[in-house]
Structure formats: C-alpha cells, structure tokens
Design a binder for this molecule. Structure first.
Ligand code: 13P
Length: 260
C-alpha cells in the first residue's frame, strides 16, 4: 500500500557546497537504483541547484526546507515555489518545528505555503508535533489536531492524498530522545483518524505520514515497522552517509518483510 519514504533534512549543514555535493554523491551511490523505498534529500536552498545535477539519473528526490507563499514580489530574502522547481526541487518541507518555534511560523502561514507548494507542483512535507510541555500536560492530541485542522485547511481529498505529513515531537528533535514505537504509533494512528474524519477513509489510507525525531540506523526498523509510520524525516543522521543509508536499508528490510 503506502511506500515507505525516507527524507534527510540537512538543516543548516554542511558548511560548503563542496561538502554538500560530496554528501549527495555518497547518498546517490549508496541508494543506487533502489526504488522500493522513496528517498529524498533536503539541503540548504543555496546548494539546491548544485545538487540537482548530482542526483540526475537517480530516484532520489530533491527537497527544500521552506518556501514563501507568494509567487513573486517584494519579499526580501524569500524564495518562491517556482524558483525551487527551477532549481530542480520535487519536494519542500513546510512548518518544521524549528520554523514554527524559532521563526514564529503559524498554522495559517503553513497553510498558505502548502497551497502555494501544490500550485507549484511540489510535494509538500508538512511537519506537526507537540512540545515536551504539551506532552507532559496531556495535550499531544489537542495540539496535533489543531495543527492538522489549520495547516491543511482548504485542501481537497485528492490534494491531501499527495501531501506528506511528518510527525515530529519537538522534544525528540536533536535530543537523542526518540519516541518509543508505541508512543509514535499511537500519535500516527490518531493522525490517520483525524485525516479520515476530514478527508474520508480512502484518502487517509493513502497519506504518507513520516516520523521524525532522533531517527538513527539502529532505531529505524522498529519505528518503520509500525502500521501507521510510513517513513522517516531524518535530521542529524542524514548528514552521515552510512547512517542515512542504514535508515534506508532498515526501510527496505521492513518493506521486504511486509508490515504483517
Ligand atoms: P534529528 O533527526 O536530528 O532529531 O532531527 C529531526 C528533524 O528535525 C528532521 O526534520
């Protein structure tokens, strides 16, 4: 049914185009023509057009980490969806917690970008997730429901089926604290129930929902084996080819075995 999708969010790394190209080359040669797991890398915007030719002829998608909601105009420092497509992008991460919490990005802002990404024919990866305080206050489902409601407003079921979601509990990002497979699966199942209520069962069954937050080669298999976890959005481990490839391999072995 849903093909597992592993994406690397390089965040603000590495420090040179040369190192970025080398990382993309290593991922490309490691992945080869493996197509049973979807793979994408999301480098800093300034490296995108350097990396696009590196990935030519491979099944690896190229994603940006953000975009602006408007198609053009007086928006200093911003990048439009059309510019990302022109640079070779197939995907774009939207509403990452580091933008929501660090740059004050709201659900409404994410929603504007989401509609713009779809209009530009980019596959959006929309991030949602609760903070540690929200989890400890038993607000995880409330927060996730609110983020889904507002971030996904105005989408048709057909549009929704082409959107990737990434559940990234904020307390698990870059901390080495991973949600247990049981914790993650519970929220993923909740997300799918919310999608079913909003867009219908058939659409909910098609939406790929990645997990993100300290995913490593040694914990990926048990997360990816969960019925409602359809991939991983990987930060730190995506900067080391062996680690990132290990996560992809974990996805391949889960795919080969089937989810039962
Ligand atoms: P880490 O894998 O470094 O925890 O980052 C997760 C993340 O934020 C991916 O978008």
């Amino acid at each position: 049914m849903r093909t597992l999708f592993v994406a690397g969010n390089w965040k603000m790394n590495p420090n040179s185009a040369e190192a970025a190209v080398a990382l993309a080359e290593a991922v490309k040669s490691g992945v080869g023509q493996a197509v049973d797991v979807r793979v994408a890398v999301c480098p800093p915007a300034i490296y995108l057009s350097r990396i696009d030719p590196v990935l030519a002829g491979s099944p690896i998608g190229l994603g940006a980490q953000n975009m602006h909601a408007k198609p053009d105009g007086a928006y200093t420092g911003e990048i439009s969806g059309a510019m990302l497509v022109d640079a070779g992008c197939t995907h774009v991460i939207l509403g990452h917690s580091e933008r929501r919490h660090g740059q004050g990005e709201t659900d409404d802002a994410v929603n504007g970008k989401l509609h713009a990404a779809l209009a530009a024919q980019l596959i959006p990866i929309v991030c949602i997730g609760e903070t540690r305080l929200e989890r400890e206050s038993d607000l995880t489902e409330d927060v996730v429901a609110r983020q889904l409601e507002h971030s996904l407003a105005g989408l048709s079921p057909e549009q929704m089926a082409g959107v990737v979601l990434a559940y990234e509990p904020v307390w698990a990002i870059g901390t080495g604290l991973t949600a247990t497979p049981q914790q993650a699966q519970a929220v993923h199942a909740f997300i799918r129930r919310q999608l079913a209520a909003k867009f219908g069962e058939a659409t909910a069954a098609r939406v790929v929902v990645q997990y993100g937050g300290s995913v490593k080669a040694d914990n990926a298999a048990e997360l990816l084996a969960c019925p409602d976890i359809d991939g991983a959005l990987v930060g730190g481990a995506s900067l080391k080819p062996a680690d990132f490839l290990g996560i992809i391999e974990a996805g391949q072995s889960v795919t080969a075995k089937g989810k039962g």
